[in-house]
Design a protein around this ligand. Structure first.
Ligand SMILES: C[S@@+](CC[C@H](N)C(=O)[O-])C[C@H]1O[C@@H](n2cnc3c(N)ncnc32)[C@H](O)[C@@H]1O
Length: 279
């Protein structure tokens, strides 16, 4: 077992969340997600997939799960024709400086109040709350498009959150979720799979939570809550997987290396089943 892995995981678990947010904001040591680093690239990637499914967000209500505090993706979606963007993230630390810079760009200015740089309610609604609670008290109008990048692997209740999202989605709605299945100590992408649940949760799991779910887990959850689900494998790392395979716990293995070595997926889900029972 690599000693630097254990040391880093041990330390990372104990980092105060204010320090984690500061590091993420500056991109020091910890790397923020694509939506935060490069919103235009993230939006272009969503758009290409939607088009491939014959869909678009023109004039529609778009929901972003886990927006991370920066409004770049929301502004870009509005600029490209979305009618309204709902942002939901119970742990996000808004980034006022970067958001103010965004608001002062000519192409986004109409989506923000000119003096306060706050988003206009007609265009964006921001919820720092759990989507399960929002769905429960029917706080949101149904949405057409649900998007996320590098969020699902951090969720503590993937099934409950997917059920809540399915209930929020219009019958003709569509979801796109980019999911990174790697250990986020990227040099050792499968190392986290060598620990028992108890050891992982007690000693090593970072405060951002890595749920360690695998491709078949996501397939099962999305198929329970949507009638049409397409999961595309974007990357796998067979070499790294085979190095650590003898130490990986059996609950993370299907016996098919092509499945078990998958590192990135995108889930496209349609036809929500709002009344599906819990798994
Ligand atoms: C790695 S960051 C990605 C942020 C952003 N999507 C990006 O690509 O830059 C993961 C985000 O998921 C959010 N998150 C974690 N659990 C969540 C939940 N239950 N509901 C919504 N967001 C959640 C975190 O607060 C964090 O902002």
């Amino acid at each position: 077992m690599p000693w630097d892995y254990l040391l880093l995981r041990f330390v990372r678990r104990r980092l105060p969340s204010r320090l984690v947010h500061a590091l993420l904001r500056r991109g020091w040591v910890l790397r923020p997600g694509l939506e935060t680093r490069s919103p235009e690239e993230a939006v272009a990637r969503y758009e290409a997939l939607l088009q491939a499914h014959g869909r678009s967000w023109q004039g529609q209500r778009v929901f972003i799960l886990g927006y991370g505090g920066y409004l770049g993706v929301a502004a870009e979606l509005l600029h490209r024709g979305a009618a309204h963007v709902v942002l939901c993230d119970p742990y996000a630390q808004p980034d006022p400086r970067r958001n103010a810079r965004l608001a002062s760009q000519a192409r986004y200015a109409s989506f923000f109040h000119p003096h306060t740089h706050q988003p206009r309610a007609a265009y964006m609604s921001i919820w720092h709350e759990d989507v399960r609670a929002l769905a429960q008290r029917r706080a949101l109008q149904p949405v057409d498009v649900v998007l996320s990048t590098s969020v699902y692997e951090h969720l503590d209740d993937v099934e409950g959150i997917t059920r809540a999202l399915a209930r929020l989605t219009k019958p003709q709605g569509i979801h796109i979720h980019f999911i990174d299945l790697r250990d986020h100590f990227f040099r050792y992408p499968f190392e986290m799979l060598t620990f028992s649940e108890q050891t992982w949760r007690r000693w090593l799991n970072p405060t951002s939570n890595l749920n360690r779910l695998r491709l078949p887990d996501y397939a099962r959850v999305f198929r329970a809550h949507f009638a049409q689900v397409n999961i595309q494998v974007l990357a796998r790392d067979l070499a790294a997987f085979r190095k650590v395979k003898p130490r990986i716990r059996p609950e993370f293995l299907t016996g098919d290396d092509e499945v078990d070595a998958v590192t990135h997926i995108v889930v496209v889900a349609q036809k929500p089943r709002p009344d599906a029972p819990a798994l």
